[in-house]
Design a protein around this ligand. Sequence first.
Ligand code: UGA
Length: 431
Amino acid sequence: MKKIAVIGTGYVGLVSGTCFAEAGNHVTCCDIDQSKIDKLAQGIMPIYEPGLKELVDKNAGRGTLQFTSEISQAIRDAEIVYIAVGTPMSVTGEADLTYVKQVAQTIAENLNSYKVVVTKSTVPVGTGKVIQTIISQYSSAPFDIVSNPEFLREGAAIKDSMNMERAVIGASSDKAYEIIAELHKPFTSNIVKANVETAELIKYAANAFLATKISFINDIANICERVDADVSKVSEGIGLDSRIGPKFLQAGVGFGGSCFPKDTAALLHISKDCGYDFKLIQAVMETNESQRMLLVKKLISALGSLKGKTISVLGLAFKPDTDDVRSSPAIDIIPLLTDFGATVRAYDPIAIDEAKKKLGYQCSYSEDPYETMKQADACLILTDWMEVKQLDLHKVKSLLKQPLIIDGRNLYQIETMQRLGFTYLSVGRPA
Ligand code: UGA
């Protein structure tokens, strides 16, 4: 049983802290946001994540998980201090380390005994050294630095954390490596031991590689449309090669979320900083941006003009099973539609409150998909929610003014849609 302080109760900090507690450790999750801490103490989750509340309640109930804004005390009591604060993208694309540096300073001020200081946040290569320098400047107590990046997916965060495919541990000493490796025993037997810088880079390389797969298949989809080929068959055909694998080959409206857009931009920045021209990652980002526009162009060419038209947008979250709308296709596309003169009615089962914070009243919102379709000129599918996959298509057809569906997630069989009499335009598949 280890005593752990996790600083930052965002996605990564809250989920990791809860899973460490579930594995039998004593965890204190800290945040400077008192209202967030108060809510967590009452069992109110700041994010929607399947299974999280149950685990928080269980561990808070048995005393293995605590929440506090008294960060200094939590650091003093802990043997392991996890830094899980945000590293938002700055205007230049660089990861902003302001919060990480502030936490390093607080750790230094409260270093009363040997501690392992671990970064869980996605941080640029070299951040471990920066933290080391800050702490050593203010304190002479012993400590070690570890980079232990997070690979969980939103919507599957608990599953991913309790059963990790691998843990990456980049430690500044063997002692610190052993402590963090021991902590991960209940979660995985695959541990990649590296130096701190390598572990930091592994995180960016993993996300950038997955983003590259998506942009690659989206580029192939665009070729498919020009040569009458079907991208879903191309994905199947290449994905069965075990060297390629079937995952992250789903063509569509492009990737979103709080990680891929931010991490590809940050990796480009890291490469520029070390004098390397990473052309591939630049192209991955450009393809992703143009993929959003492609759907809008399809809509305009099908309707002639968007002026005075009503569009039903299905899906605001960047992917299913989350209420996260950061860099979500809908957040990029809805303002474009309204700029072109369209009235937008948006559906999402859980992300409406989050979307309202970004889009305000640029569109109307409904938790009933059919409500958004009444006499609409077209339906635009932006999130692959199960609720959208399972729509009653006869009802959809009867509600729309004209049976036009632009599907940015390739949810339906083309033959079915044709049989039902829809004009159905998807991504990289024959119209
Ligand atoms: C991603 C990684 O998958 C996690 O391993 C990583 O820990 C996390 O970022 C992070 O750095 O914190 P996440 O952003 O939750 O996880 O979402 P993904 O499931 O990876 O999806 C990202 C985006 O790619 C979504 O917009 C999704 O719709 C899109 N996508 C995914 C596609 O367009 N096609 C695909 O085939 C797969």
